[in-house]
Design a binder for this molecule. Structure first.
Ligand SMILES: Nc1ncnc2c1ncn2[C@@H]1O[C@H](COP(=O)(O)OP(=O)(O)O)[C@@H](O)[C@H]1O
Ligand SMILES: [Mg+2]
Length: 332
């Protein structure tokens, strides 16, 4: 494959490495009243079986559009160039999504790749039981009896952590919490055992504690089902926690793709550096306070206010706290 992105630290891309998806020179533009909008501009990305690739970058950088091409979910006003080669989980079959007909796309969706959206409520139909919705994918891709389908739905619900699945399978979406709904969406994504799940900001709509549970579940999905995950997120904590590799997008381009550890310790691209620099760190405020205190001249607390560089209302406390302690090396 062509390697126009920085692959510093990333797994070497060679022809003998299998990919669940290989995106080559992808460009997407939208026809709008105001002219063509180029949303994605020459993107190369690869994901190996069982790998978690995080896609990060500011709003509007093309993350969702890139992810949507993997499922062939772009709207009618989109023009796509390049290739998105998707393999099945066993690695015995592959398709270029860009070239498939709508009918062929429906066959690939669910079996080879499935999507988990940001807003679980919007992805569930309120008038059908969750069991019916989970088995919809099974029905669409082959004949399963009602009994088999139900058994499979119960099994998958148990695996994504829904308690009492035999009973809950007959419940409707509104009877579940937001976090449980997202578990159900993940169950729907898993029911056909795809090799790849694309999750677009899957925890953004959830409470912080629930977010952690869903990320745990995604980790288990990778470990227990061997599913590769493309995880779109703006949360660098999530990236550090879950991702094997990271692609940084800026203005429709991948400016850097690297192993997660390398990206954090040795970012190459200026935009990546700025992105990482804007992430608050726990303990940072305390370090900054200590550093300010250490930088103050002796007698600062006793000097009249006009000669102080900072207008602290608590000069005695601020003046004594951390006096003499050096800022840590990590502080910048
Ligand atoms: N259906 C559409 N029609 C026109 N422009 C679009 C459409 N969808 C996305 N875009 C534009 O494409 C660019 C990338 O969008 P998107 O991939 O959603 O960004 P993000 O990185 O926030 O997910 C943005 O400039 C957006 O306005
Ligand atoms: Mg988006």
């Amino acid at each position: 494959m062509s390697a126009t992105t920085t692959t510093q630290g990333a797994p070497a891309a060679s022809d003998d490495v299998r990919h669940v998806v290989e995106i080559r020179d992808l460009a997407v533009s939208f026809a709008t009243d105001a002219g063509a909008v180029r949303a994605v501009d020459g993107v190369d990305l690869t994901v190996r079986p069982g790998e978690v690739l995080a896609v990060v970058g500011e709003s509007g950088s093309g993350k969702t559009v890139t992810a949507s091409t993997i499922l062939g979910l772009l709207p009618e006003n989109a023009t796509t160039r390049g290739a998105v080669v998707l393999s099945n989980k066993a690695g015995t079959d592959e398709h270029d999504i860009v070239a498939l007909s709508p009918k062929q796309l429906r066959r690939v969706r669910g079996t080879d790749v499935a999507m988990v959206f940001q807003e679980p409520s919007a992805a569930l139909n309120p008038v059908f039981t969750i069991g019916w919705q989970i088995t919809e994918g099974l029905r669409a891709h082959g004949a399963v009896s009602a009994k088999e389908g139900r058994a499979r739905a119960v099994e998958i619900l148990a695996r994504v952590g829904i308690p009492d699945p035999e009973e809950r399978v007959d419940h409707y979406p509104h009877q579940f919490s937001g976090g449980q709904k997202q578990r159900i969406i993940i169950a729907m994504a898993l029911v056909l055992d795809p090799g790849l799940i694309v999750a677009d900001e899957p925890t953004t709509a959830l409470d912080v504690t629930v977010q952690a549970e869903i990320l745990d579940l995604l980790r288990r999905v990778r470990d227990e089902f061997g599913t590769a995950i493309v995880l779109i997120t703006h949360n660098m904590g999530v990236v550090a926690d879950l991702a094997d590799t990271v692609a940084v997008m800026y203005q429709g381009k991948v400016v850097e793709q690297a192993a997660s550890h390398d990206l954090f310790t040795d970012p190459q691209d200026d935009y990546t550096k700025r992105l990482l620099g804007s992430v608050p760190r726990i303990g940072e405020a305390r370090e900054r306070t200590a550093a300010r205190a250490a930088a103050r001249p002796d007698g600062w607390a006793e000097a009249p206010p006009s000669s102080r560089r900072e207008g602290s209302r608590s000069p005695t406390r601020a003046g004594s706290a951390g006096r003499g302690s050096r800022p840590s090396a990590a502080w910048t």
